[in-house]
Design a binder for this molecule. Structure first.
Ligand SMILES: Cc1cc2nc3c(=O)[nH]c(=O)nc-3n(C[C@H](O)[C@H](O)[C@H](O)COP(=O)(O)OP(=O)(O)OC[C@H]3O[C@@H](n4cnc5c(N)ncnc54)[C@H](O)[C@@H]3O)c2cc1C
Length: 236
């Protein structure tokens, strides 16, 4: 793993508690990684003399080697997210990486299923952008679970990608929609149960909390055997 110095080049608030942070690499000036991998920050923790390490997935595609995009939740009082939310445009930071075994496999024959909850979309965005460029004619499905309308982001971007790639299907489902929601509601597990009819030519990539990963794995396993790759962000 290398150590990188970077400058915060752009900050965008995506919702009331989700922020996208773009970092421009300074030293070294580029980064090579596989779609799906993460980087790690060492951050101070109150009441502790040693810093703690927090990993964050890269949400941008690997061909963008001079900038990386992160997307993260504010976890109240959490050292990692508080540190990143305190960063301002133009400020410098450093991180280690890239790392992780959750990356897009180079298997051109499988249909791909991506399932994310919350900011688990980060590595999956990188993978989908890489996959649509690498093999635009392979079927790709994304099921993304969020809580309610105020938690939605990247809907226009995903809609535009689906319009440009007829074999890319995206469904965002809200577990607690407010009245007026026209889209899917309920958990991503229910979408997997109802809409994935065969796993015989499927590879699945899951990212989010432990509960979703456990449930979706069980649902897929009940349908048959297929490769399932996963990244657990936290225990539920
Ligand atoms: C490989 C990997 C990649 C990750 N990539 C991302 C990423 O791209 N974006 C991101 O937002 N987080 C990501 N996480 C989670 C991240 O590393 C931290 O755990 C998170 O930012 C909370 O850290 P903290 O120090 O602020 O709070 P802590 O005090 O360490 O966490 C407090 C609690 O917050 C909850 N929590 C942790 N992560 C989340 C989350 N994302 N959403 C809601 N609740 C959460 C958990 O219950 C956790 O126990 C990733 C985790 C792993 C293991």
């Amino acid at each position: 793993m290398n150590t990188y110095t970077a400058e915060v080049s752009c900050i965008q608030d995506l919702t009331h508690d989700v922020r996208a942070i773009e970092l421009r690499l300074l030293d070294p000036p580029t980064i090579a990684f596989q779609a799906g991998q993460f980087i790690s920050f060492e951050v101070p923790k109150e009441g502790q003399s040693r810093p703690v390490t927090r990993p964050y997935s890269i949400a941008s595609p690997p061909e963008r080697r001079e900038h990386i995009l992160l997307v993260l939740n504010l976890v109240q009082g959490g050292p990692g997210s508080s540190y990143l939310f305190r960063l301002r445009e133009g400020e410098r930071t450093s991180f280690k990486g890239p790392a992780g075994a959750f990356y897009l496999r180079d298997d051109g024959t499988k249909d791909l299923l991506f399932v994310a909850t919350g900011t688990g979309i980060a590595p999956i965005r990188s993978m989908i952008l890489a996959q649509l460029q690498r093999a635009p004619d392979r079927p790709v499905t994304l099921f993304w679970g969020l809580r309610s309308q105020r938690d939605l982001y990247w809907q226009d971007e995903l809609g535009a990608l689906a319009a440009a790639h007829p074999r890319f299907t995206v469904v965002t489902t809200l577990s607690r929609p407010e009245p007026g929601w026209q889209g899917a509601s309920g958990r991503v597990t229910a979408l997997v149960e109802e809409r994935i009819t065969s796993v015989s030519n499927l590879a699945a990539y899951l990212c989010g909390g432990s509960g979703m990963i456990k449930d979706v794995m069980a649902t897929l396993r009940a349908k048959g055997l297929c490769p399932i790759y996963r990244e657990k962000y936290y225990d539920e």
